[in-house]
Design a protein around this ligand. Structure first.
Ligand code: NI
Length: 137
């Protein structure tokens, strides 16, 4: 089993707010990310797939194909968008990096199987100091 990773990047706006909480409680729990007039992050997305090497190419999967799938299913929907308002798979959800990782996994899982590999990890780096990884469960 060999693991390969493709990195993609996107810039997007969001805020972390629960409408059923007061502004004070949102600020207490979510800090600066609850600021009402939005803010942005330059996100880095690392998608790791795993599989056996193809005997003809020695590839697990063609990373160019992996990139095309990620761009079509995920990056095109997120880049220069508002995660809370514009992104179909994030509608009605808190735009935490955790939820983003889980929802991006759902967007990619089947498509990666069609490339004859298996999704292993969705990692999202929100800031230099914070990243989230999701392994499917
Ligand atoms: Ni934020």
């Amino acid at each position: 089993m060999v693991y390969i990773t493709r990195r993609e990047q996107f810039s997007a706006a969001h805020k972390l707010v629960r409408e059923d909480w007061s502004a004070e409680k949102n600020l207490e729990i979510f800090g600066k990310c609850s600021s009402p007039n939005w803010h942005g992050h330059n996100y880095q997305l690392f998608v790791t797939v795993k599989g056996e090497q193809n005997p003809d190419t020695s590839f697990v999967a063609n990373l160019s194909d992996v990139s095309k799938v990620i761009c079509k299913k995920v990056i095109a929907k997120l880049d220069h968008k508002n995660i809370n308002l514009d992104v179909d798979f994030m509608k009605g959800k808190l735009s935490t990096t955790e939820t983003l990782a889980v929802e991006i996994w759902k967007q990619l899982e089947t498509s990666m199987q069609k490339l004859n590999c298996e999704l292993h990890c969705v990692k999202i780096q929100e800031t230099e100091n914070n990243y989230v990884e999701f392994f499917g469960k």
